[in-house]
Design a protein around this ligand. Sequence first.
Ligand code: NAD
Length: 258
Amino acid sequence: MTARSQNTTDPVRVAVIGAAGRMGRTVRDAVEAAADLELVGGFDLGDDLGDLAGTQVAVEFAVPDVSLDNVTHCVEQGVHAVVGTTGWNERKLAALRATLQEHPGVGVLIAPNFAIGAILMMQFAQQAARFYESVEIVELHHPGKVDAPSGTAARTADLVGAAREAAGLGPVPDATTHDPGGARGARQGGIPVHSVRLRGLVAHQEVLFGAEGELLTIRHDSLDRVSFMAGVLTGIRSVTAHPGLTVGLEHYLELERS
Ligand code: NAD
């Protein structure tokens, strides 16, 4: 199906998938408050997505197990998608790319984190990676989060790991030989990642770098889900002009500008 287009003066017609969830509710409020956007639908568990009646852009914040099916359905209906659900891996991305090839006008943005500060944190961590022998990531979230590590931590670790490899750095130094309980955390791209779940938190991350006699800590805190909304709205307004798959909101932002 060809991508659903719009008259440039008309509001963009937006549906939310995962509409009853914490993020879905916040997105619905943000879309309703934006003069250039119109909320035309909300879908949650058990709802039939059908033909997504008149929707141009679907925003998906659901659960990792269903996200590929939901987004594939959108693409097959010619509906652009802005996706915040975590848990995307290479296998799922490859399946989505194959579907997008059959619907060349449709755009999908998958963003592990829509908060501008989190995107900058990942970029700064990528920049710092080659200068430090040691690096570890601590991500901290509310206890209702179902997946670990967070998508942001996984993406940060991949970026840092790739930057270390490009710089010829070896594995992070670590003399641990006995760790039956996994106290040293998970490994993503060779980088230790630690997940904290604590009542009262929203979404937080620290990237800890260490070298002889020196430490650098890069920290980001999302204190409210509203912190993701500027990025989500940017995604909605931009996705129709970016056919194919884009991973990371940074590709829609002119970050090279100082
Ligand atoms: P939540 O549990 O509050 O909401 C998820 C919603 O999805 C629920 O209402 C659930 O009923 C619904 N759902 C389940 N199966 C569904 C299906 N098949 N179709 C439609 N809806 C379905 O979770 P949340 O805190 O809103 O987070 C949602 C996702 O967004 C998680 O993966 C989370 O990690 C991610 N997240 C991403 C960002 C980001 O910036 N990218 C920020 C915060 C959260």
